[in-house]
Design a protein around this ligand. Structure first.
Ligand code: ASP
Length: 348
């Protein structure tokens, strides 16, 4: 009998030790961010502008790094990174968002917790200063996953989030971007005598370079949890009520501790149709593919094959990183717990 009790207590002790070590804070963390993909060419960039982007990306990385280093969660880190870029007029998210055809700023954002598969998003909002924080509130403070327009704004205000006048989002550069997009549209209408389908295709092709600049962050924290966040103003000259891929869970944003955390940027309609982020997760989970192979298959092959373009950032449960894009460039960077830090803009 004493032997059994001894064995039993040894078993229990062993189990709680294993549990303890399982919860032990690891030293390892990884943070990856993007500031949008598109026709970003060194030949079209001034040194000042390049420096400004580098500094903005650096600031966002540093913000997230401080959180992860102290043992903060991936969720806190990705939200803070995205907020930092939402507040920076350089990016097409929060202040600096592009204009719709009607001259408004309609913002989309989403966040996902890889540990619980909890997710939240807001779409088409015009008065919430930091849409990513509203998305997190939807995830944590409501029974819902997605809220749009006036309802999302009412909810954000009830949650005590900062509400601003729509004019807060105005920037001269984005306003001029809308005027250029409209002008090109009307010129095209006058000169193009091709059939309607061709006309609309050409129009889409022209517009595609006006829609990039979205921001996103993905992280693996010291508890082994993954999270993803994305925020955008969508595409210049978009129609009223158009929603992109960023706030669609599984398209532009996805996180699952079993596989990967992903934030996308690019031609949203194609990311939605390809169910981009969840497809990569599924290829890893059910197809046993490695992150790089799965992400390349979707971004470098299937996306352009369908007629779209863009890129994404991803970190898997082991801390492997992928940052593929099939555009000219993508503002991107990562930082790891071992101190390795990279910030890049153009193709290699
Ligand atoms: N994916 C975004 C959208 O279509 C645009 C972007 O990434 O810049 O709304």
């Amino acid at each position: 009998m004493r032997k059994i009790i001894l064995l039993l207590s040894l078993f229990i002790l062993n189990k709680s030790f294993a549990q303890l070590s399982g919860n032990k804070l690891s030293d390892k963390y990884v943070l990856v961010i993007h500031g949008g993909a598109g026709t970003i060419l060194k030949s079209q960039m001034t040194p000042e502008r390049e420096k400004a982007y580098q500094l903005a990306l650096e600031k966002a990385l540093q913000t997230g790094n401080d959180i992860l280093k102290k043992g903060g969660t991936a969720l806190d880190a990705v939200e803070a990174c995205v907020r930092s870029m939402e507040d920076d007029p350089l990016f097409n998210a929060g202040k600096g968002a592009v204009f719709t055809n009607e001259g408004k700023n309609e913002l989309d954002a989403a966040i996902m917790n890889g540990k619980t598969l909890g997710a939240g998003s807001v779409a088409g909002v015009t008065t919430i200063r930091n849409p990513i924080t509203a998305a997190r509130a939807v995830m944590e403070k409501s029974p819902h996953v997605m809220m749009t327009g006036a309802g999302a704004e009412k909810f954000a205000s009830q949650q005590g989030l900062e509400i601003v006048d729509p004019s807060y989002f105005y920037t001269e550069a984005r306003w001029q971007g809308l005027q250029r997009a409209k002008q090109e549209d009307s010129l095209k209408m006058k000169s193009d005598h091709a059939d309607t389908a061709r006309k609309s295709m050409l129009k889409q092709l022209e517009n595609r370079d006006y829609k990039y600049g979205t921001v996103g962050a993905v992280a693996l924290d010291r508890y082994g949890n993954l999270a993803a966040a994305t925020s955008t103003g969508g595409m210049t000259n978009k129609k009223f009520g158009r929603i992109g891929d960023a706030p669609i869970i599984g398209a532009g944003t996805y996180a699952n501790n079993n596989t990967v955390a992903i934030s996308g940027t690019g031609w949203g309609e194609y990311f939605i149709r390809l169910v981009m982020a969840k497809s990569i997760s599924d290829m890893m989970e059910f197809g046993k593919m490695k992150l790089k192979a799965a992400a390349d298959e979707m971004i470098m092959k299937r996306l352009p094959a369908l007629g779209g373009d863009g890129g994404l950032i991803a970190v898997d449960k082991e801390g492997n990183i992928a940052m593929p894009f099939c555009t000219e460039g993508m503002y991107r960077g990562f930082i790891k717990s071992n101190g390795e830090k990279v910030i890049k803009i153009y193709k290699e």
